[in-house]
Design a protein around this ligand. Sequence first.
Ligand SMILES: [Zn+2]
Length: 131
Amino acid sequence: MPPYHGSCHCGAVRFTVESEIAEGYTCDCSLCRKKNALMANVHESKLTITVGEEKLGLYQWNARIAKHYFCTVCGIYPFHKKRSMPDHYGVNLNTLDDFDPKSVPVRAADGKDMPIVDSNARGIWPGPRVR
Ligand SMILES: [Zn+2]
């Protein structure tokens, strides 16, 4: 039952999630594939960073809409602001300390077919390009 408590590995970043988590999803975009993350969508009003907001680094690429956060101390990815739903976070379920990621069904999201809008994006990206 929420609230769930999340943290990075070193504990510099801590946050709470105040919503039910009914499913997790994986994503096959070139970034999520390398992160190997299991995520859940959480509305921005339901996630509170309680410790270490200043320790978060920001990675952006391609359309530069999504905000991919990581702990600048230990490198762990706790959550990101989504491109497809900008008022939602994708939360890394494996960073929730009191939630069992195996307790929910997992859906495979189609990330590699989201269009590339940046002609300088890395060539490893397998998805379609927008000219
Ligand atoms: Zn950390």
